[in-house]
Design a protein around this ligand. Structure first.
Ligand SMILES: N[C@@H](CCC(=O)N[C@@H](CSC=O)C(=O)NCC(=O)O)C(=O)O
Length: 300
């Protein structure tokens, strides 16, 4: 599998690579950005560099978070790489929201595998971000056989809004196989089955059978998947976020966890005065980086 390098930008002590590649699961070319920290270029690591996957929100391309979340400083501090996947396939041939609204279709793949026409040929974003992309990155970057970046095993996941949903859902669905060491989220959609963005996305991509929705909904997943004992999930939510009360509802996840092995292990911080933007995300990225660094063996 091969990646095309469309750009290589010096950032902090490392480099942001702007890549594209062919995805077999979404049947399309996909853009993805990868930040390789200073440790990669200094060859100073005896172990492969761990990876944090950042899943972006509605309307985003890989550029939004690369430019505005400021993960790079943290990546250099601890020594992890950051992967920024796209939020959907793109192109004139990709079916889009008939209403041409930004909360569904192109830029809004919701990180699920669609089962419905006309979406299912291309909107297979669950398999793309959790399976195919890591495997292709691993093959491409480690082809010499001497693995320098660990895209497959020592990895964590986070995301914003729709991407926060994608991170929580992917983490919990893969919890049994220990795919991700840790999960955090910024203003995530935690209960997509019960909010307008999720109802529209899931209804179109997954159809009307709500049991298909439940397999992705973090509020359903926490009831089914037992916590191993000490794992915690970190969430920040701005109090001035216009989407907080209608679309995001982080309290629903805390409520759903009550009486389960996740009770008391989902830390939702409502932070005063912050909105839904990348000003909010970038403020709390250092806290999320420190959280993941512990799970990835990069900090005490
Ligand atoms: N373009 C829309 C606003 C859409 C929006 O706020 N998108 C958020 C994610 S929302 C949940 O998934 C986002 O991250 N936007 C990109 C950015 O760089 O801020 C509008 O016009 O209102």
């Amino acid at each position: 599998m091969s990646f095309k390098v469309n750009g290589e930008v010096g950032a902090c002590g490392g480099k942001l690579l702007k890549l594209s590649h062919h995805s077999n699961v979404v049947n399309n070319s996909m853009d993805v950005n990868v930040y390789l920290p200073q440790q990669y270029y200094k060859n100073s690591n005896d172990k492969p560099i761990p990876v944090i996957y950042f899943l972006s929100g509605l309307t985003c391309s890989p550029q939004n978070a690369s430019e505005k979340a400021f993960w790079q400083l943290q990546a250099d501090k601890y020594g992890f790489a950051v992967v920024y996947p796209d939020t959907s396939p793109r192109g004139d041939h990709i079916p889009d929201d008939p209403e041409k609204y930004w909360d569904f279709g192109v830029g809004a793949g919701f990180y699920v595998n669609s089962t419905q026409e006309p979406w299912k040929k291309h909107y297979q974003m669950y398999d793309y971000v959790h399976r195919e992309l890591p495997a292709q990155l691993n093959e491409y970057f480690n082809k010499s056989g001497n693995a320098k970046v660990d895209f497959l095993e020592n990895v964590s996941i986070t995301g914003h809004s729709m991407g926060g949903f994608g991170a929580l859902s992917g983490y919990l669905q893969n919890y049994g196989s220990k795919k991700y060491k840790s999960c955090s989220a910024f203003a995530p959609i935690v209960n997509p089955s019960k909010v307008p963005w999720g109802e529209k996305g899931f209804g179109n991509y997954l159809g009307n059978d709500k049991s298909a929705w439940a397999q992705y909904d973090p509020c359903e997943l926490v009831k089914k998947i037992p916590n191993r004992g000490a794992d915690r999930i970190l969430i920040h939510q701005g109090s001035n976020d216009g989407f907080y009360k209608v679309q995001l509802k982080p309290e629903n996840l805390v409520e759903a966890s009550k009486g389960t092995s996740w009770e008391g292990k989902i830390d939702v911080h409502i932070v005063d005065g912050f909105d839904h933007s990348y000003y909010f995300i970038s403020t709390f990225v250092p806290e999320h980086a420190a959280f993941h660094a512990k799970y990835l063996g990069l900090a005490q």
